[in-house]
Design a protein around this ligand. Sequence first.
Ligand code: CP
Ligand code: NVA
Length: 313
Amino acid sequence: MTAAPRHFLDICDFDSATLNGIIARARAMKNARRDWPKGRREPGEPLRGRMLALIFSRPSTRTRVSFEVGMRQLGGETLVLSSNDMQLGRGETIADTARVLSRYCDAIMIRAAHHANLTELAAAATVPVINGLTDLTHPCQVMADVMTLEEHEGPLKDQTVAWVGDGNNVTASWIHAVGRLGGRLRIGCPSEFRPSPEVLAWAGEVGADVMVTESPEEAVSGAGCVITDAWVSMHDTDGERRHNLLKPYQVNRRLMSAAARDARFMHCLPAHRGEEVTDEVMDGPASLILDEAENRLHIQKSILLHCLNADGR
Ligand code: CP
Ligand code: NVA
């Protein structure tokens, strides 16, 4: 019997030792290549001969480029596929697509319009599937975010993090991260845009230290890091309503001054400057946005090594 593929679908699927191991290896690979050209391959090219398919049902800059560059650095190759250009767009089932791609490729990353598309793909694929964002979660992003925060502030378990704005897919993965790795998460959002009841129930079951308030000031009080994201995510259709309700949740200098002294700022990008965050905060000394974007590369290389069982564990 062949072993089940090692998917990377959500942070909540893993124990803390596995997650910390993935982060530690990402940090080691990052440190080793500080002065190297971006295209230089890793010693030993651990994924030489491996082919990664990248399926996009939504646009992307960071996810696409970081997976493409990361796979090449590991010695492997990539195929970028837009779901609109595939027979998927004409009604071929996700399961049939998964079975066929599993015959050509060694792993599949998907940015899916619906979380159910990801789980259906993973259920039928015989190769590892990686979640590159769905309407419900964005685990690769939050693994990079945790790596970034830990580089600057130490272990997540000792941190208080504030999420301000829409309780969206990135928030859900942050809840998963705190549930598995520790730390305190304070979410400030309008009652209309709270994280889903399912993810909050999960947080309760695992004893995650997660608090939700309608007050952005209460959320950031005592937090060493303030995070926000777009008010209108790629799957949202109610843009005007969101802008009206989320306006009081803008991260600006006034809100940052209500957080802990020297609090950091994070945003997964793309940002809508002047909406969820001001230029002053985005470009200020507390901003870690470019480290977060860079760390997508390092963490995803480590995730690929985990999924393709090329990590010696
Ligand atoms: N943060 C993130 O996933 O960016 P992209 O949408 O550009 O991939
Ligand atoms: N919440 C955003 C994240 C983009 C990377 C979205 O889903 O559009």
